[in-house]
Design a protein. Sequence first.
Length: 725
Amino acid sequence: MYQEDADSCIRYLNHLNDRDYRITHDEFFSLLDMTDETTKYMFNTDRSGYVFYGCDTDGDGIDELIAFEKDGRGTSSYIYMLTKGEEGYTYLNSNYLDDVRLFSLFQYENAFYYAASCYDDSAGTVNLQMFMLNRNFFKLSNIVDSICFNRTFDISEPDLLYRNENHPDIRLVQDYLGDILYDVVYANRAKETFHGDEWAYLNEERPFLNEDTDSWDYDTEDQAIDWSRMYRMDINNDGNDEIFTKSPPGYQQPFAHRVNWYDGDFQPCPASVEEWEDEDYRSVDMWFKNINGKIVTFTLYQEIESGLQYLIDARIQERDEHTILMDYMVVLEPTDIRVTEFGIGTDVSIYKPLIYQDPDLDKAFPYNLQDMAEVFLLKVQGPSVTIENNCDIPDDFTEILEGLLTDGSLDDLNSELGMELYRMNENTFHSRYGAYTGYAESTLEGGTQSVYQITLCSTDYFLLLQYNAVGKVGDLHIYQKAAGRLTYVSTYQPTHLWAKVIEYSGKLYIAERPSPWYEYPRYLDRTRIHQLIPEGGQDILIDAVPKTYQWQKIYDNQAYYGPAVTGYLEGIKTELMDLPYLAKEDAIYLGDETPEVDQDKLLRLGSVTSPYDTFYKIDFNNDQKDEYILKSKSYNSIYTGIYQFTLKGIAGLGYDEKAGGTLGRPVQLWFKEIEGKVFTFRLYYDVESYYYILNISLIEGTGITQVQTYMIVPKVDYIASYGCD
């Protein structure tokens, strides 16, 4: 798919029914409720550059208003949705879409869709995207059920255009370029910048005018200094450092890659290296490499019209003189049309899909694993929960909490707070009491609210539950009814609105669990009990603290190094079960993989992923070639990537993920050489039932031999205490 293909699709869709739903500027603005501050702010300043539609996206018989905004580049940047209220239409929400050339709104089978022809000028990527416009999810305007088409390319064999045969270091330069050319082009298509030796010369000193200022004030963005990407390095081989910033494509400006040069007072100055100039090409990357004691400048140029042709130039700048060393041409060759559900990523892939053979997978991960876990958990933990009470909770309330923990009621929390039986119709509530809820309305930020009515000690209370844009964290407003009027009582702001209310002795409490994406280093889980009505009292924290861990082997292939693997595990059990390794956000467990990676390889890896990533070297699949494992933790899950250096640059190796399935969250991955073979260790955690699955396998090429699988269950003590954290 090329740019003209995507544009033609949009023009075709425009003929379906785009104009049936268009409304004029005057009609759109006549429908707005300009007493709403957000709506007034969004649409009062500039009435140009919009295309407006009216259509019923949720099937309730009332049109929503859709506004497509065009930014200064002539592309559509934002889609706004407005919904009808008593005084007119008000702003509901918006979504950002980048690099749009042409767009259309059309109806198909009772649903409305937005289609866009997108061209990313910074990388030259083309794609056709379609999104369903839907208002039903938490009553926010969301773009869902998306589909994206884009052309994919392979990087051609580099074509040598020029080689300076007279230069003594020409072979070293050619060897270096031969290794990295594919990586350089891929990094550009991925909107990254390729890193050379300048990465080691990041400028750590930022001469701010005062400690509270991140940068000096400038009249325009072009004058702003990108301090985080500033380098000091002798670029022109004159014995003095040059100061420059290097911004990747698309950073701080719509399309251009740029290197900005500065003098010792951090004022702009002429470039320290001379670049090739041609009206048909633009500079899209520049990096520097010390080759045999001289700094060589490498520049990547992209052909402007098609964006599919690159020229790589290498030269040495010595004071005011430059010597061209070598020039290569690389072309992107079309391969296929790719269809994806969400976005496109890059149109050039370095990933090499692998099909793994794993004949014993079902034995290592039996289908009834969840049932086995339930039985083992009951055996280890016992049939009921006992809370160690370190605060003055009444015994009968403690028994209630123990019962809720035992029967799993506190494991099944939801955004309804367990108050479904108390829910009342929102429209009915607002018609009766809307005049008394000004505080709650003033805090509403594009979300929705559920209303609950509960009676405590003959007094009626109303709980207004509000969500923010992601529907997870919001406000719980409490009002008390007296003499037919509502009186504001308090607002509770939970950290995560998956909770349950508990009524006890005329009081109302809310039990919260932490976000399911987090665990804590000192315990497996924490339940917070907060008193809502009447407001007051200290929060009660119930920590699930693991005391010991019980291991149960659920698979053992004795024929494949079973005793040796068992011996290794016996030596690391205590260390492995130390919760900081399991739960601490930045804790990475290591086996024989080493972070000692050659600097050139590390720079190349960082150019195709991120220069801040940490890589570990190990021959994980026993093929006599080193692989480089990216390991990072986020939301207490381990994320990995496996890379290998090939004759055509860095290749990302597909990794067998079938075993993950329903095992829970992957929390650790490491490798260990045992009796001359490298074994893979994977640890998963079930966030609902508190057990771990440890799997050990031997990967040889694309063949997987399952060795052992363990279920690890903690013996948990529940401890109640007062606290804030």
